[in-house]
Design a binder for this molecule. Sequence first.
Ligand code: DAH
Length: 422
Amino acid sequence: MAGLTFAHHILLPKPSFFLHSPKSLTKATNGFNTFLRRHKSTQTISSALLELGGVQISKQDVVRDEPTNNVPDLIFTKLGLQLHRRDNHPLGILKNAIYEYFDSNYNNQFNKFDDLCPIVTTKENFDDVLVPADHVSRSYNDTYYIDAETVLRCHTSAHQADLLRKGYSNFLVTGDVYRRDSIDSTHYPVFHQMEGVRVFSPKDWYDSGMDGTLYAANDLKACLEGLARHLFGAVEMRWVDSYFPFTNPSFELEIYFQEKWLEVLGCGVMEQEILKRGGKTDNVAWAFGLGLERLAMVLFDIPDIRLFWSTDKRFTSQFTKGQLGIKFKPFSKYPPCYKDMSFWINDSFTENNLCEIVRGVAGDLAEEVQLIDNFTNKKGLTSHCYRITYRSMERSLTDDEINQLQGNVRDQVQRQMNVELR
Ligand code: DAH
């Protein structure tokens, strides 16, 4: 089970990779080409150009048949959609509600960014926020690489350092983020995050009698408790100590919702090194990151993460700009279809690779991929049995259609993963 999260159970219900031993990393071998340099040479070839954050992107810039590229076609089709910028979409409504909280409590001091290009360098995505060189999030199994030095951002924290260097001190960054992952109702390889950063100067904490770190941590907690009340009303909350490479101390906020403790966000006092590199040596800052789908699923009662991508009017017409309280009414539930497949795995097998193949074949018809049996025989061979659930959110699927999908999945799994089907 690989999940690219930076702390225990933070934005998605996955165990942290900090709890597992580090996996071996496939180091990319070639290339000093940055995206931008390559981008210039390919720009003229393409007819379908996306405009993102002032950068024009063509498919050839993102999906390439090279060993250092692991971006599938399906991911390219999501790049320009920017669900978080649609005022009538649950993610846009939630983003705007958070904006409203910051605007009214901080006198419009927060600069808001929601159109920064999701194509970033490994330096921005990892090094600038102090993610260690051997951290599992850097692996090709967890992150989409365009080339050895360019990725689809796996978190909005990728923009922290750059915005600090540009002189911003209070800002919110909302954007689509990309992670190779497993398949179930709360995981999708593209989702949305919002990052918040606030920088303090010595004069801010001087009169408080506290040191800068304690002052920032208290301010952070008060701010985020207020945000949670703004979104959820009078809820019970608790703070849990956590770990992130970019903050110290680090915390998670949990709220008690529908009889469960729900992780809402990760945050902390920014590592001094990040500020120092941004030219802010005497300052202290806080930062937080939250997953918009996670919160929107709870706030709008949305049962499956694939629905956010639906263009079905029965979904899209249920939401209205500015209305956070609306509960989604499921329009119908079509029957699921289960297909099992067993194979002997090899050393390079990963569940994320399997899921990538399933998504490539079945797209959003794949609802869940679940390991249901796992054993090792006397010869030391390990067998996995996976159950794939196929279901459309919008229509009934025919037996023929599903058999064909499953046949294709079996074919591709055998061919691409070199495993022995049983
Ligand atoms: N980047 C983290 C993640 O994707 C979330 C996060 C945690 C962002 C703590 C922050 C932070 O800015 O301070 O899991």
